[in-house]
Design a protein around this ligand. Sequence first.
Ligand code: MTE
Ligand code: MO
Length: 504
Amino acid sequence: MGLAASELIAGFVSPSLSTMTALGGAVIDAVPPGVKDWAVALFGTADKLALLAGMALVIAAFAAVSGVLELRRRFAGAAVFAVFGLVGVAAVLTRAQVTVTAVALPVIAAGIGGMLLQSLIWRLAAWQGAESQQGARPKQGADPLRQAAERRSFLQLLGGSAAAVFVAGAVATAWRGGAAGVSELRTALRLPPPRSPAAAIPPGADTGLAGVDPLVTPNPDFYRIDTALSVPVLDPREWRLKVTGLVERAVELDFDALLAKPMTERYVTIACVSNEVGGDLIGNARWLGWPVRELLAMAGPLPDADMVLSRSSDGWTASTPLEVLTDTRDALLAVGMNGEPLPLEHGFPVRMIVPGLYGYVSATKWLTELKVTRFADDVAYWTPRGWSERGPIKISSRIDVPRDGRSARPGMIVFGGVAWAQHTGIAKVELRVDRGGWQQARLAPGISVDTWYQWQLGLDLQQGQHEIQVRATDLRGTVQTEDRRSVAPDGATGFHTIRVDVNP
Ligand SMILES: Nc1nc2c(c(=O)[nH]1)N[C@H]1C(S)=C(S)[C@@H](COP(=O)(O)O)O[C@H]1N2
Ligand SMILES: [Mo]
């Protein structure tokens, strides 16, 4: 009940104040990497929901225990609530933006919880008192009416509180504070046309083969990975990007100034370092933005700088080599995704998109700061958590059709999928059946070397269980390695391998 009340306040004022979000965020930052990987493997993108549900269960269990304790000994249960309030305050203090209201909310929650506990215990004691009176002196003055009244009073308060929790929870989630207003601003936003438009998609680049991921991933289907328990909601009118650190002059940019810059538009395929071989944590979009190198040129990086630590509004950070942000590739301060403003969950109003690097070292969403620094002096969010400080995307390929484990009739079966080697480009894709010789697939033209390529190949398969593997070669001649490695610390390797059952 205490938490429900505080979430309701947060819901109306600003979702970023939520104690549950702060607690969950502190849990996410604190858990050992193994636990995080396990949770993602088990719950996938529902991992955040699973965490919140788990927290609610643990908190409910603590509340129940505090009731039992309070019943045995006065203030013992209240002490549990006091500790809970302190844990809440501590969690809020670990967050990127700490405000007085954010700190006050867990205290209010603990206060309401403690008071409710007192009055519940008081009523329970009165009910038990009426009952034991009856038990002790069954024949003299037992008062079943009073007993029933005390019982009702206790159950009413308990039931009423439970109902209030559900109502408050529903209202808090439905309202989402300032989110509604920012959503409207986003929808009304008109993006400027690109000064340098994206290359046209070459004919045939999208094979259109059923079951293969579309060449350009629609925004609603684009994978989402981040540590944000509730999506940060940034008002574009208040948004500022600061360039700090080892620069000749600090620069600050607001959203209107950014939109007034000459925009570049590029197709770029971004991927998550946690993408297993054959996995779907990868997507291709048409991004619109201003090249990061132009902003850095305004600030003038000092000669000893070799890294840019980009930071989001919620304090997450990525370390990107300065060189990659200033060379000829178009690393963007992106404002548009497939012709619309960035969706809130993909970083509205501004994020970074860097061709060739995994998201965790480059694709900062809800971007607020670029600190020009050195790898020797600063570390990004994932580096102390077991991931490499640098993360170029590894060459890889995937079979999309047929799906692993499918049955098929003997004869010609069409295989299709994607391959990528961002910023180098794909030269060749090959398949082999049951570890036999490699057969070259028909490679569709790519949009650019920064995007994935589709391929397809018909194979004549006879009856039996077959194992099909795929490998890609990039335009520099590097062949994808067979060496199987897990995602940590810098990306998975190995061949995507599927089984097909061929029977008449
Ligand atoms: N602020 C912020 N930006 C972030 C992250 C994050 O946790 N917080 N995760 C990164 C990771 S690991 C990846 S793979 C990409 C995913 O971008 P998407 O969710 O738009 O697909 O965002 C990157 N940007
Ligand atoms: Mo990622």
